[in-house]
Design a protein around this ligand. Structure first.
Ligand code: AMP
Ligand code: GLY
Length: 424
């Protein structure tokens, strides 16, 4: 079979490595892929949002199955376009990807179908929004409606921060059209859990739970990032919590999307907060999380391609989706200065010796081949992942490998999994 994976980060590398385990897979094209993915797939220099070029390529190559991994092409309708020309494609159509593409849509959906989430107000007028945040209870959270590279959520502890947040999004158009509308919501507290689910629109199969570490520095200090590391499973996500989430959040969401004539097929990511009043939805993503995928897929025992095909064909209920009992940890190695500006082009060292250590997988996020050498080419560069019988074992292995890999200016967090270990 000839496969195509749209995207080029650590998440896509994890998906590609897992898809390759199926012996029927002969070729995988990555659009655009990256320097490290090139060792596992054929990279094609087509950007993930260049829908015309993606569709043309898929047609010319007679692709048997496509996976669209990032949010932007999904929201733009990449899966719709591939299905139209008869290419089976994993991921939601645009009318379902809106669950991530518009926070106003997702909040209104949750309200309509009584799915627990933070109380909120929607504004499309800056003056009204400003008047509201001048009076509202603090802290509060201001969210741009549309996609904003993961930066559209502002937690405001003071009145000034709240006013600045509204000003920068609605008056200064910091996130362009994504900020034409905003959601202002109640600040929630509690442990956060990520749960990715396979779904064919009717049935749903949750994957092993995980915990992201969004801040750049140890002790949850520093700026928010795309994620500096993950562990799975998440110890706060007990069987009881899982049962509550299935009944009050997961199934109601799938049914709500069906009722709205927007069946969701693909990977639906639930960003949850376990509040004192029970689990609530912080956000939906219409795709696999990054770097959650890097700890979830190594624990998947079932064949990924078979499960993805079942999501597209509507046969998920009859398909085995099983995870191992072990644990996984992923530590991100980032470029010095990330998530702000950083220098690119430094040669990576330590990969040959340690990339292949038993139970360790190095996923490439922002790497590039330059004169035959791998160099850093993004903020998050590598995701060093290890599996083990338990979290301690997985973390020890991942960190042993991380210590020996690096490049000029590289850094990583030293406390990935510390909170999870303390909770165990
Ligand atoms: P997001 O970009 O939607 O993933 O949000 C980024 C982070 O902001 C989340 O992971 C939470 O830690 C935090 N967050 C978002 N909404 C809320 C909320 N209503 N209350 C508290 N924290 C929030
Ligand atoms: N790790 C969070 C996300 O993928 O949005």
């Amino acid at each position: 079979m000839k496969l195509m994976v749209v995207g080029g980060g650590g998440r896509e590398h994890a998906i590609i490595k897992k898809l390759k385990e199926n012996p029927a897979v002969e070729t995988i094209f990555a659009l655009p892929g990256n320097g490290g993915i090139a060792a596992d797939a054929t990279c094609v220099p087509i950007g993930a949002t260049d829908l015309d070029a993606i569709v043309e390529f898929a047609k010319n190559e007679a692709i048997d199955f496509a996976v669209v991994a990032p949010d932007d092409p999904l929201v733009l309708g990449c899966v719709d376009r591939l299905l139209e020309i008869g290419i089976p494609a994993f991921g939601p159509k645009a009318n379902a990807a809106i669950l991530e593409g518009s926070k106003v849509f997702s909040k209104n959906l949750m309200k309509k179908y009584h799915i627990p989430t933070a109380a909120y107000e929607v504004f499309d007028d800056a003056a009204k929004a400003l008047a509201y945040v001048k009076e509202a209870e603090l802290p509060l959270v201001v969210k741009a409606d549309g996609l904003a590279l993961g930066k559209g959520v502002l937690i405001c502890e003071t009145r000034e921060q709240a006013i600045d947040a509204v000003d920068s999004i609605m008056n200064d158009h910091k996130f362009g059209k994504s900020g034409d509308q905003i959601v202002v919501e109640e600040f929630l507290t509690g442990p956060e859990v990520s749960v990715l689910c396979f779904t064919d629109g009717e049935s749903l199969a949750p994957m092993v739970s995980s915990m992201d570490h969004k801040r750049a520095l140890d002790g949850d200090k520093g700026l928010n990032t795309g994620g500096m590391g993950t562990v799975a499973p998440n110890p706060y996500y007990t069987d009881d919590v899982a049962a509550t989430c299935m009944e009050t959040i997961f199934l109601p969401t799938i049914r709500a999307m069906q009722s709205e004539g927007r069946p969701f097929q693909g990977c639906l990511y639930f960003g949850l907060m376990l509040t004192p009043k029970g689990p609530k939805v912080i956000e939906y993503n219409c795709r696999f999380g990054d770097p959650e995928t890097q700890v979830v897929l190594p624990l998947l025992e079932s064949d990924l391609l078979t499960v993805m095909q079942a999501c597209v064909n509507g046969t998920l209920a009859e398909t085995d989706v099983r995870f191992s009992k072990g644990a996984a940890a992923c530590v991100i190695i980032a470029s010095g200065g990330y998530p702000e500006s950083y220098e690119k082009g430094f040669v990576l060292h330590g990969l040959d010796e340690n990339g292949g250590a038993e139970g360790v997988i190095v996923y490439h996020a922002g790497t590039k081949l330059q004169d035959g050498k791998l160099v850093n080419a993004g903020g998050r560069v590598l995701g060093v992942t290890a599996t083990g019988d338990d979290l301690r074992a997985a973390l020890d292995k991942a960190y042993a490998a991380v210590e020996t890999i690096g490049f000029d200016g590289s850094f990583f967090r030293h406390d990935i999994g510390a909170r999870a270990l303390a909770a165990n």
